[in-house]
Design a protein around this ligand. Structure first.
Ligand code: FAD
Ligand code: UDP
Length: 362
């Protein structure tokens, strides 16, 4: 009998497997229904030899040195501060909104100091910030909300920003200086040889076994184990007995171009034009040198792989019902973006996996 059965070879499952095997000498079996490891972080070399991200751009960033040091055992890093432009009113301007964004958009020449006054004049007072709409209006007012956030958010989530938790748009900074980085995090890096190589090292332990193309539902009664770690969708685990939790999915349109570069930065957002939200040329972030390039257009859709838990109050309430059931199961742990139904970044998932190991299994 194996000690631990782990469902999902994504970041949550693989980090926990590594800790259990390396620190405790436990025998672990990871099953994943996909034909590869890495979960949504999976990357591969396409037919032209360009390293691409199969499930959308994954920019690793963190302020958490514990997480960075942990992953550094399995990869070297390529340092890259991610930049994004937004296509608004026919212009490409820096996003998140900063001093250059406002000056280019309105043909102004404001200083940082003057921009703070500008924001003060246009922002809408909101008594209690509850939604993503509130959080943007309270910082930059109606017009910039409409230009940069409203259309993108409706495309991405298929609901009005007033119905989405504040944290969704609240994670995008608004800046009055020229800082054009997408994120403020201290460490912004990409695994030097890609995520998949990092995952291979992570689980290359003789006590970790892997079964791909294997759905947990098909094998759950066939593989006895002392403890189960589940990183798939929590509603699926409980056979949807309280109803389906909503997830948002994406369709990806890949295109290889016979030219070295397609766009000036790794990501261009289209809040108001087209049905896709963004075009990604990940070569900017991976640092790969190649005379061709591959771009990806992302189309948000309702049906498909469950990529994004939808952060809104009614969904959280439904999740809590499942979580109450989950807590009753002493021999099962739920971990990760799908099992905890939370819009978590990679560093948060790694941290949660390390914490679960230290508190429950050490
Ligand atoms: P997953 O990676 O989803 O892994 C879960 C695994 O479980 C999957 O491989 C799945 O096949 C498997 N599974 C599910 N059900 C079953 C079953 N019944 N049987 C067998 N296997 C099953 N984070 C960042 O920090 N920076 C970014 O730039 C970033 N960009 C993102 C872009 C997109 C488009 C998306 C969707 C996410 C992004 N993330 C980003 C978040 C990041 O992908 C997650 O934090 C991370 O991958 C979560 O890891 P996980 O192991 O919890 O889940
Ligand atoms: N967002 C937006 N306009 C943009 C970019 C983002 O309105 O140009 C909003 C949108 O609701 C999105 C959220 O901010 O879902 C978080 O953006 P992020 O780029 O972090 O999304 P992710 O990479 O996780 O899809």
């Amino acid at each position: 009998m194996i000690d631990y059965l782990i469902v999902g070879a994504g970041l949550a499952g693989c980090v926990l497997a590594e800790q259990l095997a390396q620190q405790k000498g436990k025998t672990v079996l990871i099953v994943d229904k996909r034909d590869h490891i890495g979960g949504n972080c999976y990357d591969y070399y396409d037919h032209s030899g360009i390293l691409v991200h199969k499930y959308g751009p994954h920019y690793f960033r963190t302020n958490n040195k514990i997480v960075l040091d942990y992953l550094s055992q399995f990869t070297k890093w390529h340092h890259h501060q991610y930049r994004i432009l937004a296509s608004v009113d026919g212009q490409l301007v820096p996003f998140p909104i900063n001093l250059d964004t406002i000056n280019s958009l309105y043909g102004l020449n404001l200083s940082s100091f003057e921009l703070n006054d500008f924001f003060k004049k246009i922002r809408k007072p909101v008594k209690k910030i509850k939604s993503s709409k509130d959080v943007v209006l309270s910082q930059v007012g109606q017009e910039l909300y409409e230009k940069f956030f409203e259309g993108y958010t409706k495309k991405q989530w298929n609901i009005d920003p007033s119905e989405l938790e504040a944290s969704v748009c609240g994670r995008i900074p608004i800046r009055s200086n020229n800082d054009a980085r997408y994120f403020n995090d201290k460490y912004q890096v990409m695994p030097k040889h890609g995520y998949t190589r990092m995952f291979l090292k992570l689980i290359s332990h003789h006590k970790i076994h892997l079964l791909l193309k294997t759905d947990f539902k098909a094998v759950k009664d066939l593989i006895p184990c002392k403890h189960l770690v589940y990183t798939g969708p929590i509603d699926e685990f409980f056979n949807y007995k309280f109803g389906h939790l909503p997830y948002r999915s994406l369709e990806f349109e890949f295109e290889t171009k016979n030219q070295e570069w397609f766009q000036p930065v790794s990501q261009i957002n289209y809040p108001n034009d087209y049905d896709f939200t963004r075009t990604v040329e990940i070569k900017h972030a991976t640092g790969q040198v190649h005379d061709k390039t591959t771009i990806v257009r992302e189309y948000p859709v309702d049906k498909g792989e469950p990529f994004y838990p939808v952060p809104r109050e009614q969904n959280q309430k439904l999740y809590e019902k499942y979580n109450t059931e989950a807590k009753k199961l002493k021999k099962v742990s739920f971990l990760g973006r799908l099992a905890q139904y939370k819009y978590l970044n990679m560093d948060e998932v790694v941290y949660r996996a390390l914490k679960l190991f230290n508190t429950r299994f050490k």
